[in-house]
Design a protein around this ligand. Structure first.
Ligand SMILES: Cc1cc2nc3c(=O)[nH]c(=O)nc-3n(C[C@H](O)[C@H](O)[C@H](O)COP(=O)(O)OP(=O)(O)OC[C@H]3O[C@@H](n4cnc5c(N)ncnc54)[C@H](O)[C@@H]3O)c2cc1C
Ligand code: FES
Length: 526
């Protein structure tokens, strides 16, 4: 169970259910990904001593676990630490399409980076798909893997134009692709581009099956072990929240957002985007295939088998965390879409998560800063981390083994010197920093109904307040401990989300997602 689900469950335990005011009756009351509910994930001890290891990996998502697997199979001593429970981060909340069709990307990559880079990007992701398949075959992993065609479709004039341009990009790059003007749904479609033989799987069944081979080769995993800082002087050391240290030759920071961004290089050059998924049993039949709309609002579709029935996953509704409409409305928008085109019998699951976006749409994989080749990062997957996280693990493994990797230059973080988005994203941060402070607040805790959260005035000061199902108040200082922006209430997940760099906190202020590492301060009425 991840930290967020635990907080929600702890609140729910009291009398078995919140009084729900926010959700349509069809939506499940509590966010829970199908993947986590259908996988038995092993638990590991906390690290409570100083240790030495060859390679330390921070973060137990697809990147960290794949890297631990690849390195351990080469006879390297690896230690992976995870702040909460492995696989409950973004990897536990994905939709798990394994594809090189990352929306409309190849025409743009050709325009921005040239044909060679665009082709390399395609090949990297195709190679990741093949690596996943190879490991599934090697270890006979039962993870509902199946080859599927990936479709990008649209009906709006601009989408149709872009899809046609993307087809030309496929042709220039030699990417096998078919054009069609129909998809097997009543969803409006004037143009669609098919990338053949892509895939889908159950990501957590796949990744939990990689753990025994890691342990058999002497790899070690610790949970509830949070890294606070990396020191890279004569030796490389990770300082842990509980005061212990890990000394190592190299560290792989696979913590989604790099926790070691003391220089602010990455939070100024990446932004987080949340999106939402509902999993439905549908009235209508779902044909094979994975679908992604070029029209706005974006919709992503795939299915998975659940007890012999098709469970359809519908995703979309991207926005920056802590910004935009009340978050539960995003689930309702997905529900409306499903009612219209698929018919809903049941919605057993809903969940949401966020991923990091870089200015040039390429991930950052490699040494985090110049002059520190022992501190490696992997981030910025733009919601395509099944392939990107896999290939990132391979790139970093080869880097550590001093082997050539043809994708190393494509992803190298040192290119961020030339990336211009820093200005745009920082203006957005500055705007939220000021707006939050100037907001005129009239609500007080007394105005909140049960299961409602909002920004209120306590002792004349701005504070975040959530009234739980028992009427008990949870009051926090609404100033984000990262850089001082004001957090906003997320009614869909019942969290406090920061509009600046995407940190998220529980109702009592505990950090659920970085870059923040410090909890929100508690606020009392005195
Ligand atoms: C809604 C949604 C749908 C998506 N769908 C797809 C899809 O269909 N196909 C696809 O390819 N990609 C998809 N993605 C993207 C993909 O899920 C992510 O890119 C990928 O899971 C990121 O993996 P990760 O290993 O980098 O991070 P995570 O899975 O988040 O793992 C990082 C881990 O590090 C831990 N951690 C953080 N800080 C510390 C610390 N200081 N100390 C110790 N541990 C720490 C966290 O607890 C976490 O467990 C989707 C993303 C979203 C949000
Ligand atoms: S100010 Fe950076 S995440 Fe809140």
């Amino acid at each position: 169970m991840n930290k967020l689900d635990k907080v929600i469950t702890d609140c729910r335990k009291n009398d078995g259910g919140f009084i729900m005011t926010n959700f349509d009756q069809k939506l499940p009351q509590f966010p829970e990904p199908y993947w986590l509910d259908s996988t038995s994930i092993p638990n590991f001890q906390k690290l409570e001593e100083n240790i030495e290891t060859s390679i330390a990996i921070v973060g137990g998502g697809i990147t960290g676990i794949t890297a631990a697997y690849l390195l351990s199979q080469q006879g390297i001593a690896v230690t992976l630490i995870e702040a909460g429970q492995i696989l409950t981060g973004t990897t536990g909340h994905t939709t798990a399409k394994i594809t090189a069709q990352h929306g409309l990307i190849y025409d743009e990559l050709i325009q921005q980076h040239g044909e060679d880079t665009a082709k390399l990007y395609y090949e990297a992701n195709q190679e990741a798909l093949e690596l996943i398949k190879e490991l599934i075959d090697k270890h006979s992993i039962e993870c509902d893997f199946s080859h599927q065609d990936a479709y990008i479709y649209g009906s709006m004039e601009t989408s149709v134009r872009q899809i046609k341009k993307e087809l030309l990009a496929y042709q220039r790059l030699g990417i096998p692709g078919d054009f069609t003007d129909t998809i097997p749904f009543s969803i409006p479609c004037q143009a669609a581009l098919i990338m053949k033989d892509q895939a889908q799987f159950h990501p957590l069944k796949y990744l939990t099956a990689l753990i025994p081979p890691i342990l058999e080769k002497g790899g070690v995993i610790y949970e509830k072990t949070t890294a606070l800082k990396v020191e890279d002087n004569e030796e490389t050391t990770i300082l842990l929240e509980n005061g212990y240290r890990i000394s190592c030759n190299s560290v792989i920071v696979a913590s989604h957002f790099p926790f070691n961004d003391e220089l602010g290089l990455y939070f100024a050059r990446m932004h987080a985007e949340r999106s939402y998924v509902i999993a439905i049993k549908a009235e209508k039949d779902y044909p094979n295939g994975m679908y992604y709309s070029a029209d706005t609002p974006t919709r992503s579709l795939r299915y998975t088998e659940m007890n012999g029935e098709k469970l359809i996953l519908i995703g979309g509704e991207s926005h920056k965390p802590g910004q935009g409409i009340p978050t539960h409305e995003h689930y309702l928008a997905l529900q409306d879409f499903c009612e219209q085109y698929l018919g809903i019998k049941e919605i057993p699951y809903r969940w949401s998560a966020q991923d990091m976006i870089t200015p040039d749409k390429l991930p950052f994989v490699g040494p985090a800063t110049a002059g520190h080749p022992n501190v490696l990062i992997a981030t910025g997957y733009k919601k395509w981390g099944m392939t990107t996280g896999t290939i990132a693990a391979k790139v970093l493994t080869d880097f550590i083994l001093r082997k050539e990797n043809r994708y190393a230059d494509l992803y190298k973080p040192s290119r961020l010197k030339g990336l211009g988005n820093i200005v745009k994203d920082n203006i957005d941060v500055a705007k939220h920093l000021i707006e939050g402070k100037l907001e005129f607040i009239i609500k007080t805790p007394e105005d909140l109904a049960n299961d409602e959260g909002d920004i209120v005035l306590i002792n004349g000061k701005r504070a975040g307040c959530y009234r739980d199902q028992d009427g008990q108040l949870h009051q926090v200082d609404s100033t984000c401990t990262h850089m001082g922006c004001e957090v906003n209430w997320n009614s869909g997940e019942r969290t406090w989300d920061c509009p600046c760099h995407g940190s998220r906190y529980s109702i009592d202020g505990e950090v659920l997602e970085g870059p923040s590492v410090e909890p929100l301060r508690k606020v009392t009425n005195e």
